[in-house]
Design a protein around this ligand. Sequence first.
Ligand SMILES: NC(=O)c1ccc[n+]([C@@H]2O[C@H](COP(=O)([O-])OP(=O)(O)OC[C@H]3O[C@@H](n4cnc5c(N)ncnc54)[C@H](O)[C@@H]3O)[C@@H](O)[C@H]2O)c1
Length: 379
Amino acid sequence: MVIGVPKEIKNNENRVALTPAGVAEFRRYGHTVYVQVNAGVESGFEDEEYIDAGAIMLPTIEEVYGISEMIMKVKEPIASEYELIKEDQLLFTYFHFASSEELTHAMIDRKAVCLAYETVEKTDRSLPLLIPMSEVAGRMAVQEGAKYLEKPQKGRGILLGGVPGVKPAHVLILGGGIVGTQAAKMAAGLGAHVTIMDISLPRLRYLSDIMPENVDTLMSNEYSIREAVKTSDLIIGAVLIPGAKAPHLITRDMLKLMRAGTVLVDVAVDQGGCIETCVPTTHENPTYVIDNVVHYCVANMPGAVPYTSTVALTNATLTYALQLANKGWQKACLDNDELKRGLNVVNGKIVYKGVADAFGLPLEDVTELLKKEEEQIDF
Ligand SMILES: NC(=O)c1ccc[n+]([C@@H]2O[C@H](COP(=O)([O-])OP(=O)(O)OC[C@H]3O[C@@H](n4cnc5c(N)ncnc54)[C@H](O)[C@@H]3O)[C@@H](O)[C@H]2O)c1
């Protein structure tokens, strides 16, 4: 298959969809990979490394789209890319269709095959291509929180781990999923006293078993949160209710209970935030202060560490991308339900319920559609 990797052009997106190691894997199976000049440079990968791995560099995005059967990207195509997309071209990237009707209609009109990273789903309902970014954000939440606890950053002026003879900081984590677990590991590793709250008892049992001594688990409810915020230095919001807005676990009135200089990092900001006073911020201007409480609410935290994020993402996407390239998208999706669930728009038809429901558009049965494709193609 001919694979194309354009340079990301969405504002502030420094990741790239494929590393030189990924190029070498495609080459090993006999595929051709075109990479746009400078596509990897913001993630720390020079053109020479791609060439050494077997890629062919193309100077323009038009050439990459023009020659490729499968485009691998990170973010959804933006308006200037729509007209570059060809009928039947396979696009493997994050789409988040339900949040953009314009993008949905554009992909329907282009008659492309859109396989969305975010809806590739395992049978246990986990989302293997979202997990790496949650891992990055969870670990970063502690790093950022520690920074904003410093006095010059308007924080309480407390070191997470303390020093001999001085108590460590108290870190409260709301939600013990991927983000919460990674945050807890980092905070505990730095010597902080950590409390993780979740509403799932099995999850709390698991966390209690695997976490070090300086991590406590607590059932999440309003009473316990209200008590805990009084003595917490860093509070990390990491809850998720799939398909719904995040619940406001920290309400505006609770800010008055906190000590001056407490830091709130609301990782769940992309789902509306679990802190009532959360407003999305950017890496250029990540924090603001309300009632002497520092709020950090960056919606794309992994964007600040493109090297780590790129490698983490491509580690997860590559096995799926290889299946698509080796078998063709039709057979790869017929053989693997995880990939099949990633299909959102196919040749002008919506095949993912969440997208059809979001805009009141007709839903096509993906299995029927794949069977029809199978009849047409001699595998
Ligand atoms: N800001 C960013 O850059 C960024 C990056 C990655 C992920 N995220 C977001 O981080 C959030 C967490 O993601 P995740 O991958 O850890 O999700 P996850 O599903 O792995 O974990 C969510 C956890 O929240 C728990 N929960 C639900 N309601 C709760 C409540 N009332 N109190 C306490 N816990 C509750 C669930 O039981 C679950 O364990 C999501 O909103 C995700 O979109 C943001």
